[in-house]
Design a protein around this ligand. Structure first.
Ligand code: SF4
Ligand code: SF4
Length: 356
């Protein structure tokens, strides 16, 4: 890893150098009911639109590499037979300008399944290999528990990573592409005072986490508590709306639909992301549903995240971004669910959304 110092005015120059590509970054989109700014990842054409001090985006950047709906292939049917056409749906490189460590770590987790498994997904691979990622240090929010999940900092999975030191950025340069881009921008070697400021900020950030999740032996505890009636308690609250999966940066379950045009001249195969909390998630041909109750579906979501993935990859499939807790209309939060499973005690009265 190479470290550089970039004075703040030079960041705009870096943006301009990269602007030949499609830049995706955090921008403000309205405010919440209590007046807080809401942020989303969107294409950015003007440096001034970028909100690099954003809290968190309501949705992850997933839709740019794992869209909720995607045509996998089309078929044209004619007199002499049929032709299949495949489009990986990537038309230009994407530069992600300002991704937090949790979202970078989420991509690494998706890679393990969609790139590095026995059956890689070419649609994901095509988009993933066409990305340039600029990470940026974040400020912990009340709903974040990334520190508990070990995803509060990123060691790989980005091209360069920025930490705001005040009037300058501390830049971690990870890839050759980033090194080459920076050759066109004025930077300097970090000095002792830059290292000292960086360390101060790391310590400051660590003190700011307020939501802590005890993940010690969590996979084993989940095994032991498979029959716990705590699952029924949470399942009865769940509305089976699927919002948690749609805002989750690591959920990748999907369904495939095939359709034939009414004139029989064409056909399509489409993929759409799906949530394991939706009522028909485990329904099979003939109408049998393996998980008809909401509590079994909710339970299996937690088992996939914190047990199944752990068994396969020795890490959890949750980065602790807290988006699902923020978005859930039933106010079901991961820290509270895990705490109740660990203790076997169903919360009596819930005074806050973050277990404080
Ligand atoms: S967002 Fe909440 S209510 Fe909706 S499916 Fe997820 S846990 Fe259930
Ligand atoms: S399960 Fe919730 S907290 Fe964990 S990564 Fe997904 S959205 Fe974030």
């Amino acid at each position: 890893m190479i470290f550089r110092i970039l004075n703040k005015p030079e960041l705009r120059e870096l943006f301009d150098v990269l602007a030949a590509n499609r830049i995706i970054g955090p921008v403000q989109k309205g405010t919440s009911h209590d007046g807080k700014p809401l942020y989303v990842f969107e294409p950015v054409f003007d440096f001034n639109e970028l909100k690099l001090d954003y809290t968190s985006t309501t949705r992850p950047a997933k839709r740019y590499f794992l869209p909720s709906h995607e045509t996998l292939c089309t078929f044209s049917i004619h007199e002499n037979g049929w032709e299949k056409s495949v489009d990986f749906n990537i038309h230009e490189p994407h530069v992600f300008f300002g991704m937090h460590a949790c979202d970078i770590n989420a991509l690494d987790k998706l890679d393990k399944v969609l790139l590095e498994s026995n059956f890689p997904t070419p649609y994901y691979a095509a988009k993933r290999k066409n990305m340039f990622i600029i990470g940026i240090e974040c400020t912990p929010q009340p709903f974040c528990f990334c520190r508990s999940m070990g995803t509060d900092s990123a060691f790989h999975g980005f091209d360069m990573f920025l930490t705001d030191l005040g009037d300058r950025y501390f830049v971690e340069v990870q890839s050759v592409a980033a090194f080459n881009f920076l050759k066109n921008i004025k930077t300097r070697e970090p000095e002792e005072k830059d290292h000292a400021r960086y360390m101060e900020l790391v310590a400051e950030k660590n003190r700011m986490f307020t939501t802590i999740v005890d993940t010690t032996d969590l996979a084993k505890i989940l095994d032991m508590e498979f029959q716990s009636d705590v699952w029924k308690y949470w399942g009865d609250k769940c509305l089976s709306c699927g919002t948690c999966a749609s805002v989750c940066p690591t959920c990748y379950c999907y369904g495939v639909e095939e359709s034939v045009d009414i004139d029989l001249k064409g056909a399509k195969k489409k993929k759409h992301l799906y949530s394991c909390n939706l009522i028909d998630f485990a329904e099979v041909a003939g109408g049998h549903n393996f998980r008809p109750e909401s509590h079994t579906r909710l339970k299996y979501r937690y088992y996939h995240k914190h047990r199944g993935f752990m068994e396969e990859f020795e890490e959890s499939l949750c980065v602790g971004c807290g988006r699902c807790s923020e978005a859930c209309l039933a106010k079901i939060t991961v820290p509270e669910v895990i705490a109740s499973v660990r203790s076997g005690v169903k919360p009596k009265r819930r005074s806050s959304r973050h277990g404080k």
